[in-house]
Design a binder for this molecule. Structure first.
Ligand SMILES: NC(=O)c1ccc[n+]([C@@H]2O[C@H](COP(=O)([O-])OP(=O)(O)OC[C@H]3O[C@@H](n4cnc5c(N)ncnc54)[C@H](O)[C@@H]3O)[C@@H](O)[C@H]2O)c1
Length: 313
């Protein structure tokens, strides 16, 4: 189904594009909907499933949903019936499913991308050989990977990248009763993913798109005042100086860990795959277009509510 990919030049984790660990997307626009199987129906998987069911992902439709209790036969059938599999379970689920799904020749969107910190070469987890599927890593809770990966492609020798993540102590599993913000971690993206496997996926996606897991610096801050997760990304290289800031509403079903935007980032990858183009590319022709979509107030109220409080100071 999927032709073999050319390898990324940097085995420490730098990838060819923001979303593709193994190479660039090369599918032509499809004539039938992309069938999507989803592993895990929690905060991210549940929202992706609802978006697919509502028809909010142009060119894609829901196939099977796999849960922890799914049998081996159900898993085999779901992968067989799918064009692409979304992993939204856990690092362990990613470790288990990436070899299996890619060996079956199916592409896989991996949300638990912290799994790649466990491997010196992120491609070690993927099945090899012609016809193997690819792994696509969504940007998740952050953005700007297009400009940062473009700058990295121009050269990484003199590049510096730092990612600050500011979350509530509870989201970071910091037990201590903090009264003011505190830096709880500073190190590489690989070390961050190993120390905070549930909350470092954005750092890993950023690292895979740019300097790799060992050259991307991550600072994790616990702040008892935050109600929304904050990310600040700083990049300096001969191409330019960029500072990107994000303040994300948190999915109430995630214990404060998961930004609601993550599921929509997965939806963007899926609609990009269906259109044969990467997320962030504006494709005119198949999608009815963002401006012509129904207004949110006209939609059935099946989506998950997101936090509507104003940003913390
Ligand atoms: N890429 C990103 O930016 C980003 C952002 C937030 C979270 N994540 C990661 O995405 C994953 C899902 O996050 P979430 O907030 O939806 O978690 P969640 O706990 O709300 O949901 C996970 C669901 O997956 C199920 N599950 C676990 N292992 C499974 C398996 N082997 N097979 C089938 N189902 C399985 C669980 O039972 C649960 O229902 C986590 O690993 C999380 O760290 C990634």
């Amino acid at each position: 189904m999927t032709p073999p990919r050319s390898p990324s030049p940097d085995p420490a984790g730098s990838a060819a594009s923001p979303v593709d660990v193994t190479g660039s997307a090369d599918q032509a626009a499809r004539t039938r909907p992309l069938v999507v199987a989803v592993i895990g129906a929690g905060a991210i998987g549940g929202a992706v499933i609802e978006a697919l069911e509502r028809g909010d992902v142009p060119g894609a439709r829901l196939g099977d949903v796999l849960r922890s209790r799914s049998t081996d036969e159900e898993i085999t059938d779901a992968i067989e019936a799918a064009d692409v599999v979304v992993e939204a379970g856990s690092v362990e689920a990613a470790e288990e499913f990436i070899p299996r799904v890619t060996a079956a020749g199916r592409d896989m969107v991996v949300c638990s991308c912290g799994v790649f910190a466990r491997h010196s070469d992120p491609r070690d987890l993927l099945a090899g050989g012609s016809g193997a599927g690819r792994v696509l890593v969504p940007a998740g809770a952050i953005g700007g990977l297009d400009v940062l990966s473009a700058a990295a492609r121009a050269g990484t020798d003199d590049a510096l990248l730092r990612h600050y993540t500011i979350k509530s102590p509870a989201a970071l599993d910091v037990d201590e009763q903090l009264t003011e913000r505190r830096e709880v971690f500073r190190g590489s993206a690989r070390e961050a993913a190993l120390a905070f496997p549930l909350t470092s996926n954005a750092s890993v996606a950023l690292a895979l798109a740019t300097l790799g897991l060992d050259r991307t610096e991550v600072v994790v801050v616990a702040d008892p005042q935050v109600r929304r997760t904050r990310h600040v990304v700083e990049w300096v290289s001969p191409m330019g100086r960029y500072e990107l800031q994000f303040e994300n509403a948190v999915d109430p079903d995630s214990g404060g860990r998961t930004s609601a935007i993550t599921a929509w980032s997965v939806a963007e990858v899926l609609s990009g795959l269906a259109a044969g183009a990467g997320p962030g590319v504006v494709v005119l022709g198949q999608d009815p277009g963002r401006g012509s979509r129904r207004e949110a107030k006209d939609r059935p109220v099946t989506g998950r509510p997101v936090e509507a409080r104003p940003p913390s100071p």
